[in-house]
Design a protein around this ligand. Structure first.
Ligand SMILES: Cc1cc2nc3c(=O)[nH]c(=O)nc-3n(C[C@H](O)[C@H](O)[C@H](O)COP(=O)(O)OP(=O)(O)OC[C@H]3O[C@@H](n4cnc5c(N)ncnc54)[C@H](O)[C@@H]3O)c2cc1C
Length: 205
């Protein structure tokens, strides 16, 4: 009896989730080939310091979770600067422009792309720099809204509970504005956190 063909695992998205998926596959004994496809030109890097750190130290540098050698040691075929543009599920292929990458198993780890999600300060009341204050006024928000398409959504992450005064400012500029409380385990700060995400939408025209 011939040996079974090794499987090919393709992971789309070369950031934290994609990397951890590749590492977990190897740790759990997956012996087939692993292809990690990422749209960015960089190996996976730690993102939070790039917003928090940059505002207090403009020399903040990216920290990479692994080096190319680590992925070579794991026998992971990393393809950076390659965007998946489609999926042919029937043919089990990821489409990357004019090319295809066949897979036996597929993991999509492309994260989430918000249209305009802003995370600048701790909250609209607790600023990392007093020069940001204007952003949270009707004038500042109107300038931001000018960058959105009709019907566009602006979301703002805040470390504080919902703030009725700021919600009123949002409602002055946008057609709809809501404050959602989000509870989660915070691996960076430790313990449970409850933050607020403001979501505001412009009118359709
Ligand atoms: C500036 C910033 C600050 C943050 N601060 C915090 C914080 O303080 N605390 C906290 O808990 N979390 C924070 N986060 C969130 C945290 O970094 C994310 O939760 C984490 O990066 C999610 O990892 P991910 O792999 O799921 O997705 P992502 O990191 O979003 O990675 C998805 C990857 O997939 C790639 N991709 C997308 N589409 C395609 C495609 N079609 N083809 C190929 N590749 C594709 C993208 O280029 C990207 O590299 C922050 C994120 C950012 C950007």
């Amino acid at each position: 009896m011939s040996a079974p063909m090794p499987l090919r695992l393709v992971i789309v998205g070369c950031s934290l989730a994609g990397l951890r998926a590749a590492q977990a596959a190897r740790r759990e004994g997956f012996e087939g080939s692993v292809v990690l496809v990422g749209r960015e030109e960089h190996l996976p890097y730690d993102r939070p310091p790039l917003s928090k750190g940059f505002l207090v130290d403009d020399h903040a540098e990216a920290t990479f979770f692994v080096g190319a050698d680590d992925l070579t040691a794991l026998d992971v075929d990393v393809r950076l600067g390659v965007a998946a543009t489609g999926l042919d599920a029937a043919a089990k292929s990821v489409i990357t422009g004019q090319k295809r990458i066949g897979y036996d198993k597929l993991i999509i780890a492309t994260g989430g792309d918000a249209r305009l999600l802003v995370d600048i300060d701790h909250s609209p009341r607790h600023l990392l720099d007093s020069g940001h204050a204007d952003f949270y006024t009707p004038g500042g928000l109107r300038r931001l809204a000018g960058h959105l398409h009709p019907g566009g959504v602006f979301a703002l992450w805040s470390d504080d509970p919902p703030d009725a005064d700021f919600a009123a400012v949002l409602a002055e500029v946008f057609e709809t504005a809501e404050a959602h409380v989000v509870s989660f385990d915070n691996p960076y700060g430790g313990g449970k956190c409850a933050n607020t995400v403001y979501v505001a939408r412009l009118g359709a025209r």
